[in-house]
Write a new protein. Structure first.
Length: 253
C-alpha cells in the first residue's frame, strides 16, 4: 500500500516536471548552441530563434559569451525533458544512445534482470560463522543496523533476502540485502556501509561500489547504499527516504 502511494506521487511529480520544463522552454526567444563552417573550419555559434527568424552570433564575441550559459542551460533542460518523456512512454523527437555494460545477472533487460523470478533464484549465504550477531526471526544479522534495516523492510511489507550470492563480472559478491517490491515487480540491492569513518574500510567499499557501477548496477535505481560514520549515527528516517526514493525510481525506469 505504501509503495503504491509512493509510485503515484512519483508519477504526479514527473508530470509536473514535464509541464514546468515545457513552459520554461516555450517562453521567450530560443537560444541554443550550434556549429557553423566558415573558411573550411567549424566554429561554435549561438543561434537565437524568435518570431520565426533565426540569427547567429559568434560564441567568442561579447554577446555570444553572455548568452553561452543560457544556451547550455537550454540544452540541459531539453535533454531532461526528453528523458522524462521517454520514461513516461511519451513520443520524443530524439533518441539518445545509451551504452550497455556487461550484465552481472543472467538476463539483460532491466525489468527481467531484477524480476521476481531472478530474485527467487538468489540463495542466501546463511553464514553460521557470524559471532556476536543480532538474531531476528530466522536470521542472524552481522550488525544491529542491518537488523534494523530488516525490520524497516518488514514494516513496509517488502520481501528480502539477506546476503544473497550474486556473480558480478565473474566475481562472487554477497550484498547485504536483495529486496523485492511487489508493486513494481522488481527487486533492488542494499549495501549497508557501517564503518565509513575507518579509512581502510572506506577505501575497500569505494572499490566495491565502483565494481557495481561498472557492472551496470545503478546507484539509486538498482542498489542503494546506507552509511554510518561512527557509533550512534544510524538514521532511520534517512534510510526510509532512500528506500522510498529507489522504489519510485524503479517504477519509472
Amino acid at each position: 500500500m505504501i509503495c503504491s502511494q509512493l509510485i503515484q506521487i512519483g508519477e504526479k511529480l514527473r508530470e509536473q516536471a514535464i509541464e514546468r520544463l515545457t513552459l520554461q522552454l516555450a517562453v521567450g526567444p530560443q537560444v541554443r548552441l550550434g556549429r557553423h563552417k566558415r573558411n573550411g573550419r567549424w566554429e561554435e555559434v549561438i543561434r537565437i530563434s524568435e518570431n520565426g527568424r533565426t540569427r547567429e552570433l559568434a560564441i567568442t564575441g561579447a554577446k555570444g559569451r553572455r548568452l553561452a550559459p543560457v544556451a547550455r542551460k537550454s540544452r540541459v533542460l531539453k535533454e531532461t525533458l526528453q528523458k522524462l518523456k521517454r520514461e513516461r512512454g511519451m513520443p520524443d523527437e530524439m533518441s539518445l544512445k545509451i551504452p550497455l555494460s556487461e550484465d552481472p545477472l543472467p538476463v539483460t533487460n532491466s525489468k527481467e534482470r531484477y524480476s521476481y523470478e531472478v530474485w527467487s533464484s538468489l540463495v542466501e549465504a546463511n553464514d553460521t560463522s557470524i559471532k556476536n550477531g543480532y538474531a531476528h526471526g530466522r536470521r542472524v544479522f552481522r550488525s544491529k543496523s542491518e537488523m534494523l534495516i530488516a525490520q524497516i523492510l518488514e514494516m513496509l511489507g517488502l520481501e528480502y533476502k539477506y546476503e544473497p550470492l550474486v556473480t558480478i563480472n565473474g566475481e562472487e559478491k554477497w550484498p547485504d540485502f536483495a529486496v523485492y517490491c511487489p508493486e513494481t515487480g522488481r527487486f533492488f540491492f542494499i549495501e549497508h556501509l557501517g564503518m565509513m569513518d575507518k579509512m581502510n574500510y572506506r577505501m575497500d567499499n569505494l572499490d566495491k561500489m565502483e565494481k557495481y557501477e561498472n557492472a551496470g548496477i545503478r546507484n539509486g535505481v538498482d542498489i542503494l547504499y546506507t552509511t554510518e560514520f561512527g557509533k550512534g549515527m544510524f538514521d532511520t528516517r534517512a534510510i526510509l527516504g532512500k528506500i522510498f526514493g529507489i522504489i519510485v525510481a524503479q517504477s519509472q525506469s
